[in-house]
Design a protein around this ligand. Structure first.
Ligand code: R5P
Length: 293
């Protein structure tokens, strides 16, 4: 599907411009006004063409979910007959089971909500750990889950040719495996135990890290504790250097400063989430998937 128009919000304008250029389609803005009581007023172009792609990543998810709940039906009222959500970062995917009785499985409910509002969705490295595909949680819409692992691997291979790609937990095997195989880099994963939001223990794998240039690779860095504990373990075990490459750079609060303070050399991320570390463009990946839909 090549959309007739890409709609985007001002805070994702750089990625929106790159994506519109890669697709060769016009770009239009959804304007936002926040009322003093916190409610939102959104303004779309007064008339929309039949096929519309809407770019909205869900970092800082709660406000943006409300924006989507308003924008999607408004776009249809204004003429969009086919609506594609381009959601580079799909939030709420990590709460994918009731870890204690009574916990809501947010992944299922947020995915179902979004899937009921749009005809198709494209995203990058959603946290699919306990399900094989987004189809399981958004059956009502066509979805494509892409990975930035190869692009991250290409970036790393050029800068750290002998890198050991290390996933900080077993779930990261999918990303270090793909990047490692694509670019001929060694890879392994740590084991992780999480006891709380910022209480994480990381155990190194049998693969030796002493004297090696380790690049920690993960889908998302949020508090940064996972990467910090992995970096401390690697440097403590004699790694020659530790760099970080992640798809989604959330880095809440002072997470990035803490990561650098523990001895990490470079921090690289994709621009799926706009961030000061974003150096790996995802527009080509998104554009190709959108065209193939
Ligand atoms: C979960 O397993 C993810 O892959 C990340 O490792 C995790 O979400 C990172 O969170 P934080 O930065 O808060 O440790």
């Amino acid at each position: 599907m090549t959309p007739d128009l890409l709609l985007a919000f001002d805070d994702e304008w750089t990625l929106a411009q790159a994506l519109a250029a890669a697709l060769g389609v016009p770009l239009a803005r959804v304007e936002r006004h926040r009322f003093p009581d916190g409610e939102l007023k959104l303004k779309l172009p007064a008339e929309l063409p039949p096929r519309v792609a809407l770019l909205r990543g869900l970092h800082h998810p709660n406000d943006k979910l409300v924006e989507l709940l308003i924008t999607a039906p408004a776009a249809r009222e204004l003429g969009a007959r086919e609506l594609l959500l381009v959601c580079p970062y799909l939030a709420y995917m990590r709460q994918d089971m009731a870890f204690t009785p009574g916990e809501a499985v947010s992944q299922r409910h947020i995915a179902a909500l979004l899937g009921s509002r749009v005809d198709a969705l494209v995203t990058i490295d959603p946290h699919l750990h306990r399900i094989a595909s987004l189809d399981e949680v958004m059956p009502a819409c066509r979805s494509r889950a892409l990975t930035a692992a190869r692009a991250l691997g290409a970036w790393v291979a050029l800068r750290v040719p002998q890198a050991l790609l290390l996933g900080p937990d077993e779930e990261a095997l999918q990303w270090v495996g793909e990047a490692g195989r694509a670019h001929g880099l060694a890879h392994a994963v740590c084991r992780k135990q999480r006891f709380g939001d910022r209480d994480v223990r990381v155990m190194l794998p049998a693969e030796p890290v002493a004297g090696r240039a380790v690049v920690l690779m993960d889908d998302v860095a949020s508090t940064g504790r996972t990467l910090i504990e992995a970096a401390i373990a690697c440097l403590g075990a004699g790694a020659a250097s530790v760099d970080v490459a992640v798809t989604h750079a959330l880095f809440v609060g002072d997470a990035l400063a803490q990561l650098r303070a523990c001895g990490v050399r470079h921090v690289w991320s994709s621009d799926a989430v706009p961030h000061s570390t974003s150096v790996i463009p995802v527009a080509p990946l998104l554009a190709e998937a959108i065209r193939d839909l």
